[in-house]
Design a protein around this ligand. Structure first.
Ligand code: KG4
Ligand code: ZN
Length: 367
């Protein structure tokens, strides 16, 4: 692998501007190069799943340290793939929030220092905007406007999207995010981290009708969600099956019970997401529904959404599976789209780094 400094001299790919993007908000380190006409020239990703597995979840300090280790090798790999060099880059995009404070600091400190050293502008990117725009990178991208269902480990939101940067929050979860509910439920029934994919794999062979689990707020008449009661219902069902009066780490329930519980849980969460997402889309008078975030990889959610949407004349758009979970491409792309919309960003030189571990993307809907 060639060192990233000093940069090799090559010619720029074309007249389009090139954005180098970094993602490090949680447990994936992602780097990518994207042009202002939306082409990904190269990308590299490292997932820390194996490192966090033994702890049953993300250990923030380990995550931060690992991002520092991975950023330069991943960046070198990205440039090698793209066949260009650092001095071909016109701007640097980086996730500034929301996310784990230390993890964000690792990526931002690197991106801002690099930008300063190269005298390049920094484009701060909201992590959720990266997810939200990721379906635009697919072979069949949606046109604006659309309703977006953002379902990740930290967020569950419905958003009205009129155009780039024009986002209205229609509703969100009052407690756990959908991904969080998947992860916590998976842990409860003894599945390894990250629980979402493991639970959905198990659920495929289960009987989703066996346990009658609640669909909280399904008929609330708004676009809010709540998943903590559903999680508690799984816990009390598991305790009953194990014959224990207190939850414990080693609740002995049979494989069939686990499989049916996983399927029943998944059916409850998917039904709620599908109904509310469709209702929001119709209320907004949108013909397109976009799904983004890690839970967007869920097979049942994809199938049920497409089925329900077809009946209402709505088309559903998903990111490529590999772009559902965190990655650098969506951040480089969001930065490139901002730059394409506002070329004056090229002249900005604000190196006052501000990470925003908690921050909103959209303004709430007026009611
Ligand atoms: O968007 P993401 O990579 O990270 C955040 O920004 O949070 O989403 C990760 C979440 C995790 O909670 C993970 O369990 C969930 O997405 N997830 C899934 C599936 N694949 C990932 N949940 C359900 N079914 C899946 N197939
Ligand atoms: Zn994410």
């Amino acid at each position: 692998m060639t060192p990233f400094w000093p940069p090799e001299v090559t010619s720029a790919a074309n007249s389009q501007k090139i954005v180098l993007g970094f993602e490090s908000s949680c447990d994936e380190t992602g780097v990518a190069l994207c042009t202002t006409d939306g082409r990904i020239l190269g990308q590299a990703l490292y997932s820390q799943i194996a490192m966090h597995k033994d702890y049953g979840g993300v250990v923030p300090e380990l995550a931060s340290r690992d991002h520092i280790r991975r950023l330069i090798p991943l960046m070198n790999e990205t440039f090698e793939q793209a066949g260009i060099a650092l001095q071909d880059v016109d701007a640097i995009a980086v996730t500034t929030g929301p996310g784990l404070p230390g993890a964000l600091m690792a990526g931002c400190a690197f991106a801002y220092s690099l930008a300063m050293g190269l005298n390049l502008p920094v484009i701060p990117v909201h992590h959720l905007e990266g997810h939200l725009l990721s379906p635009l990178l697919s072979s069949n991208p949606p046109a604006f406007p659309f309703t977006a269902l953002l379902v990740s480990g930290g967020h569950t939101q419905l958003m009205g999207v009129e155009g780039l940067g024009r986002y209205t929050l229609l509703g969100e979860t009052l407690d756990d995010a959908a991904g969080e509910a998947f992860d916590k439920t998976a842990k409860m029934i003894g599945l390894p981290y990250p629980g979402g994919p493991a639970l959905s794999r198990l659920a495929e062979s289960g009987n989703a009708e066996r346990f009658k689990l609640p669909r909280p707020m399904l008929h609330s008449g708004d676009f809010m969600f709540s998943f903590s009661g559903l999680k508690t219902a799984v816990l009390t069902t598991a305790m009953k099956l194990a014959g224990v009066s207190q939850p414990n780490e080693t609740m002995a329930i049979s494989d069939t019970d686990k499989t049916d519980l996983a399927a029943s849980f998944q059916a409850a969460i998917v039904e709620t997401l599908v109904k509310k997402a469709l209702a929001a889309c119709l209320q907004q008078d949108h013909k397109r529904l976009v799904v983004a975030g890690g839970v967007g990889a869920n097979k049942l959610l994809r199938e049920q959404l497409v089925k329900a949407a077809r009946k209402r004349g709505v088309e559903v758009y998903f990111p490529e599976l590999s772009l559902c979970t965190d990655n650098g491409a969506m951040i480089a792309f969001a930065g490139a789209m901002q730059l394409a919309k506002n070329p004056a960003l090229l002249d900005a030189r604000d190196y006052g780094m501000r990470t925003r571990p908690r921050c909103e993307l959209a303004t709430p809907m007026e009611i």
